[in-house]
Design a protein around this ligand. Structure first.
Ligand code: SF4
Length: 400
């Protein structure tokens, strides 16, 4: 059994996409081929950290759910040297960008140049915007971790800002081409960061933002409510359970196109040449049996229907064959569509009794003499009886 290491957002997302790929990355620690757009994102993030760090005015943090807060000095024991609140000059910023630049993973010098120019342009525009309007970060590139109701989680948060109302806003930079407000609304990453910040900081999270760097657009959403966080906790729990149980099944999908491990994956591994003929014969046999099975199912259904029609006409339920007797059986089920009477049930406080939607619960209510007869009648009228006939061979299993 694998010990549960703290789960990051990318680890969680990788496992959801494909547990086998997760294993290759997080257990076997196989390297991936560098990709230019990841390198680009990393470089821009590191330069933005240099740009924003001088603006940071830290905020008090928690040391535990029920414990008192730590003071700022405890959290930031090293006195910071001057420059607090001042913006790094543009030339210095671009020099830092050149210094941090890496050509790793680009498919051609042209592609690298395109990204490099994009980064310079983006930093210039962002710097200009910061001159006009500065954020109030309390942390940049902050590593936070917590145990979220039994699940250890952690993450590096690009920026945490203080809001005008004294709360906190989580900001995550994105260098991707496209980004929509729905991406921000549905981002599990932002939800997880909300939890990390709430459990590590004294102030409440008031906003979650994906910051689209290419267009300098903040896509802001309110913090998640208990339902959304509960659903994320369930999904994280499923991932943690899978990892603990070492469940590493391949899950092929669109992610395979950018997976470096196809040669190790059973979904893509070719059958060894020496075994191809033997396995091909098995596949042919399987395919042929499948086709016969479908044909037999079809014939079985048609014969049962014909038998049913004849038995109905003659009013008989037991039909002897040459060897055995076919017996006609009847199965009855009630189904209720409660929507039309839902307001009535809620008004009379009876809704919880049929909340399961199970027919037996509804029928119990219909038969209950303590319930108003008018309500019982209206509920009963939403019901429909479904009758299903099927055939059994005496002494055999059921055949429809
Ligand atoms: S190739 Fe596809 S199925 Fe196989 S490990 Fe990679 S992502 Fe998973």
């Amino acid at each position: 059994m694998v010990a549960a290491a703290p789960l990051s957002y990318s680890s969680y997302r990788t496992y959801l996409e494909c547990p086998l790929r997760w294993k290759f990355l997080y257990i076997d620690r196989l390297p991936e081929t560098p990709r230019g757009y990841f390198t680009f994102g990393r470089v821009v993030h590191s330069v933005l950290e240099e740009l924003l760090r001088p603006l940071v005015v830290p905020s008090a943090r928690r040391i535990g759910e029920a414990e008192s807060q730590r003071t700022l000095d405890e959290w930031h024991p090293t006195p910071r040297t001057g420059g607090e609140g001042s913006l790094v000059p543009l030339e210095e910023l671009l020099a830092a960008y050149d210094h941090a630049w890496s050509g790793e993973g680009y498919t051609s010098p042209e592609e690298e140049q395109r990204y490099r120019t994009l980064g310079r342009d983006l930093l210039r525009r962002y710097h200009r915007q910061l001159q006009a309007e500065r954020p109030h970060p309390v942390a940049v590139e902050e590593h936070l971790e917590t145990r979220w109701d039994g699940i250890p989680v952690h993450g590096y948060i690009d920026r945490i800002d203080r809001t005008p109302l004294g709360g906190l806003e989580v900001v995550d930079y994105k260098t991707s081409r496209e980004l929509s407000r729905d991406d921000a609304r549905e981002s599990d990453q932002l939800s997880l960061y909300q939890v990390l910040v709430e459990r590590n900081y004294a102030e409440a999270v008031e906003g979650l933002t994906l910051y689209h760097l290419r267009s300098l657009t903040p896509l802001r959403t309110p913090p998640r409510g208990p339902n959304a966080l509960g659903a994320l906790h369930d999904r994280l729990g499923t991932v943690v359970d899978g990892i603990r149980a070492e469940a590493y099944e391949p899950t092929p999908g669109r992610q395979c196109a950018r997976c470096d491990f196809q040669s190790r994956c059973p979904e893509f591994r070719p059958v060894p040449a020496a075994e191809r003929e033997r396995l091909a014969a098995l596949v042919d046999r399987f395919e042929s049996l499948r086709s016969q099975e479908r044909q037999l199912e079809h014939e079985l259904k048609r014969t049962a229907e014909e038998l049913h029609r004849a038995a109905e006409e003659l009013g008989v339920h037991r039909v002897p064959g040459s060897h055995k007797i076919a017996i006609r059986r009847r199965e009855e089920a009630w189904q209720y569509s409660l929507e039309p009477v839902r307001p009535l049930l809620e008004e009379s406080g009876l809704a919880p009794r049929v909340a399961s939607g199970r027919a037996e619960d509804v029928r119990r209510l219909v038969r209950d003499p303590a319930v108003n007869p008018e309500i019982r009648r209206k509920v009963a009228e939403t019901g429909a009886r479904r009758v299903k006939w099927f055939w059994e061979i005496e002494g055999d299993e059921a055949a429809e």
